[in-house]
Design a binder for this molecule. Structure first.
Ligand code: KIV
Ligand code: ZN
Length: 543
């Protein structure tokens, strides 16, 4: 049997999904879940991109050093710069096992237009920085990294001879793992096989091959599996396929394809296996959806809500007669159980705290208090509370933490013959004022309907109407968390800063859809306000 290593980059490439930002606590929660899922290597972040990310990677490395993440390796991303390597070394210092993931673009289009360097300059940077990372030592003399991975960004659009030269330089410099990213999701399974086979022939040696596929043409998983068949020992992927643009290869799809089609997906006739426990897939997918605010499409393979739903009469009849007629995997295999009713309005704080911990969230005492208060408020109006309700409540709390504005009251006037008008009052938190004396600001605004009017009123209060800056609404949606007329409505909003283009998202839950919408909008506006006061963290991988 051939072992395929699963390298999860949800916390790095996944965080490059527009509108996604994981706080350090959220990153830790995802890291614990991924360790439990059986991921081999976790890319915890890109320490040189911001002090916040460096801290989050260090927190994960510490948890690993304390033995709380099993034997999962902690990896940190770095550009081909010594300062980036130093930042990565510092961040992963406490990990039980650490990896440097160092990258540079190798395609002519990236060299010429993005990096503005020649091929020779690219090779000399690889020689210098890979060796620097490989030989870097901590104060106690221990190597800063247990292993070094080199990535040739945009490898699939790189001249194959130059790609081989770049890889040779990295391997000579001490890289044990070579990652071939299909950065723009451009290759096809056959072409990718040819690229990888050609590279292996041109650069002999004991280096391990990894692949990292993006999904721009919907082929990320197929390309990753084709690569595994022709020798890739590591597949890089993300939970729910999060990532830049169309995302990365989805971890759950890779794992289930290797499992369900073990007969067909083979290398030289041998079966390929990975260590991920498929029964953890559902919980992991749900936690990442909740913490990222990016819902899983209902028709998404493996983890979509419809993945095991049979709508047509013919299909239903077939499944009732024999599940295998239309089901190639069983819901239990991916840990999918019926949405359990867990708590009700009589449940106490202790039971609520226990359940949130079981669902993978770590909240401090103040967080439990705040989320529990919302739980009680909603449980009063709703007869039963499910795990999905709890995820929505905790998700809203995490999005709204430490914001400047909180909803106090709102009134809406709307009808089919009048223009909608909203009167919104927000608490504008001032750290200099005592709790009961926080200032309340009220504004009225018209709009094309009650939700638009309420958002306009919030814009006026926060100065997002052009006074301090301007925001554009990119998306707004409301879904029922569970079924029934008393269902909790979960609103999701994405706005964009008109000047910088930075995207902010927010979530709100309530049994009242207008209230849920205002809360979601406030979540996003609070992040926008925070960016304006502290110019925010610089993320991304451009040099
Ligand atoms: O897509 C890509 O090329 C990357 C690299 C940093 C590995 O994410
Ligand atoms: Zn990528």
């Amino acid at each position: 049997m051939i072992d395929i290593q699963i390298y999860d980059t949800t916390l790095r490439d996944g965080e490059q999904t527009p509108g996604v930002h994981f706080g350090p606590r959220q990153k830790l929660d995802i890291a614990f879940r991924l360790a439990r899922t059986g991921v081999d290597i976790l890319e915890a972040g890109f320490p040189a991109s911001s002090p916040g990310d460096a801290e989050a990677v260090a927190d994960i490395a510490r948890a690993s050093g304390e033995g709380r993440l099993g034997d999962m390796t902690v990896s940190a991303l770095a550009r081909m710069l010594k300062a980036d390597v130093d930042a990565a070394a510092k961040a992963v210092a406490e990990a039980r096992r650490s990896r440097l993931h160092i990258f540079i673009a190798t395609s002519d289009i990236h060299l010429e237009y993005k990096l503005r360097i020649s091929r020779e300059e690219c090779l000399s940077r690889i020689r210098e920085c890979v060796a620097y990372g490989r030989n870097l030592c901590r104060e106690d003399g221990h190597p800063a990294f247990d292993e070094v991975e080199f990535s040739a960004e945009d490898a699939t659009r790189t001249d194959p001879d130059f790609l081989a030269e770049a890889v040779r330089c990295a391997v000579d410099g001490g890289a044990e793992i070579v990652n071939i990213p299909d950065t723009v999701g451009y290759t096809t399974p056959d072409e990718f096989r040819r690229i990888l086979t050609d590279l292996r022939e041109k650069v002999p040696g004991s280096w391990r091959l990894s692949v990292h596929c993006h999904n721009d043409l919907g082929m990320a998983v197929a390309n990753s599996l084709a690569a595994a068949e022709c020798g890739a020992e590591q597949i890089e992927c993300t939970v729910n396929g999060l990532g830049e643009r169309a995302g990365n290869a989805a971890m759950e799809e890779i794992v289930m394809a290797l499992r369900v089609r073990r007969d067909a997906l083979r290398r030289n006739g041998e079966e390929m296996v990975c260590r991920v426990d498929p029964r953890e897939i559902t919980e992991t997918s749900r936690l990442v959806a909740s913490l990222s605010g990016i819902a899983v499409a209902p028709n998404k393979a493996v983890v979509g809500a419809n993945a095991f739903a049979h709508a047509s009469g013919i299909h239903q009849h077939g499944v009732m007669a024999a599940r295998g007629t239309y089901e190639i995997m069983k819901p239990e295999e991916i840990g999918l159980n019926a949405n359990t009713i867990v708590l009700g309005k009589l449940s106490g704080r202790h039971a609520f705290a226990d359940r949130t911990a079981q669902l993978g969230y770590t909240l401090d005492a103040a967080g439990i208090d705040a989320a529990f208060a919302r739980f009680k408020e909603i449980a009063d109006k709703k007869s039963v509370m499910t795990d999905d309700d709890i995820r929505a409540i905790v998700g809203e709390y995490l999005d709204s933490r430490e914001g400047k504005y909180y909803l106090e009251t709102f009134q809406i006037q709307s009808g089919n013959h009048i223009r909608a008008m909203a009167l919104v009052s927000l608490i504008a938190k001032d750290p200099g004022c005592a709790d009961g004396e926080q200032p309340v600001v009220t504004e009225a605004a018209p709009g094309e309907g009650p939700v638009d009017a309420a958002f306009n009123a919030v814009n006026r209060i926060a100065g997002a109407d052009g006074t301090l800056g301007r925001v554009e609404l990119i998306s707004y949606g409301i879904t029922a968390v569970t079924e029934g007329t008393d269902a909790l409505g979960e609103a999701k909003v994405k706005i964009r800063d008109a000047e910088s283009g930075t995207v902010f998202s927010g979530r709100g839950v309530s049994t009242d859809v207008i209230k849920a919408s205002i809360k979601a909008y406030l979540g996003a506006i609070n992040k926008w306000t925070a960016m304006r006061t502290d110019s925010g963290s610089s993320r991304g991988t451009e040099e």
